[in-house]
Design a protein. Structure first.
Length: 272
């Protein structure tokens, strides 16, 4: 893999992992359109780690606060919302972790060979995001979120294993459905992503350590980490600022337009 190829994939990962437009769908379909070979496990680890670094760095103060509040609950038990929130995030990560551990490989195998299914998911869940943005009550903030709402968002996160759905997209959709304000739904989505993205990178990293790095992949791997981290950080900042005064419909329209174009390409045999 050359460095330009690595940088472009890092840019795609950094933007699409954060914005509600599906990183897995883009990382499968864009290389197919351009005739690029599969990037392999090494690069997959780099991209996941890069986006984890981006989200962690942006929310570093929140992470410190959550860790402090979570640990406080051990020696100062109580019903304070700040103490309960870190553990609710951990509990909400369990469904996706269990489903991912058992079903990630078969799901990937099925959808990587079916671009039509990815395109349909891109369109379908894009419409779901738009409807949630339009009809969600948007009354609550993260501090007032209940355990039931958190677990519902966590269960919705399981759907992100399907390429084309979008992890940030489906969790923001769920957040809006349970009544979170738009910016709070996005913020909670990112905080909820940290255990999952870190876990995915860690598991693949362990596998990588056992099998070693492929010859010639060290530098592309570093480029992938750097570009996905930088673009991911900028994308988080952009999205949170954007939705303070605007709806999520520009991302919905993007998904619909991209899906429509890809359907045309598929129908004409231009998308292998």
């Amino acid at each position: 893999m050359d460095l330009l190829h690595a940088a472009l994939l890092g840019i795609i990962q950094g933007a699409t992992e954060v914005l509600p437009i599906s990183s897995s769908g883009h990382l499968i379909l864009v290389p197919r359109l351009l005739g690029w070979p599969d990037s392999g496990l090494t690069f997959d680890v780099a991209l996941h780690f890069g986006t984890f670094l981006a989200i962690f760095c942006y929310f570093r103060r929140d992470v410190v606060t959550l860790l402090r509040d979570g640990l406080t609950g051990f020696y100062q038990p109580g019903d304070q919302k700040s103490v309960r929130l870190p553990w609710m995030i951990v509990l909400a990560s369990v469904p996706a972790a269990l489903v991912g551990k058992t079903l990630e490989e078969p799901i990937e195998a099925i959808f990587r060979s079916s671009p039509l299914m990815i395109v349909l998911m891109l369109i379908l869940f894009g419409l779901g995001l738009g409807l949630a943005d339009r009809y969600g009550k948007q009354l609550h903030d993260v501090a007032s979120i209940t355990l039931g709402s958190v677990m519902l968002i966590g269960c919705f996160q399981c759907l992100a294993l399907v390429p084309g759905v979008s992890r940030s997209g489906i969790t923001i959709t769920a957040g809006l459905l349970v009544g979170l304000a738009r910016s709070d739904a996005a913020r909670f989505s990112f905080l909820l992503s940290l255990p999952i993205v870190f876990g995915a990178a860690l598991l693949k990293g362990i596998h990588l350590v056992r099998h070693g790095i492929e010859p010639g992949m060290a530098m592309p791997m570093l480029v992938g980490v750097a570009t996905s981290a930088i673009v991911g950080y900028l994308s988080v900042a952009f999205l949170l600022k954007f939705i303070q005064s605007r709806t999520l419909w520009p991302f919905v329209w993007y998904r619909l337009a991209a899906g429509g174009l890809l359907l045309i390409l598929l129908g004409n045999g231009l998308l292998p």
